[in-house]
Design a protein around this ligand. Structure first.
Ligand SMILES: [Zn+2]
Length: 115
């Protein structure tokens, strides 16, 4: 489940596009882009630039169980990769350097102590 407009600072309450995909899978990918300041509800107060594929082809079932296949580009492609990572138990912090991840853990530990 994703919302293309979630967290968009320009979003002034326009229609949100909620879509549900069942068992989505990336079956093809090409190019690369940097997803700037990628963030996640599962990772507290942290964002990082993550290298992602520019385009991906996603295979899934819709909510009624009908097979579908589509190509996603740009930010839509990033959202697909981010969300499918979640299904595989991967957070975007697993895709950044060990150094950045260590810094994040330290920061988090500090916050947990002060709260
Ligand atoms: Zn996420």
């Amino acid at each position: 489940m994703y919302d293309l407009h979630a967290g968009d600072p320009d979003d002034d309450g326009l229609t949100h596009e909620f879509k549900a995909l069942v068992n989505p899978e990336i079956i093809d990918a090409a190019g690369s882009i940097i997803s700037e300041k990628e963030a996640c509800l599962s990772v507290v107060d942290f964002s990082a630039d993550v290298k992602r594929y520019e385009t991906v082809v996603v295979k899934a079932l819709d909510i009624d169980g009908n097979p579908l296949e589509f190509k996603a580009e740009g930010i839509f492609s990033v959202i697909m990769q981010h969300e499918i990572d979640h299904l595989d138990g991967i957070l975007f912090i697993n895709r950044i350097s060990v150094l950045k991840r260590t810094l994040y853990k330290k920061k988090l530990a500090k916050e947990l102590k002060t709260n």
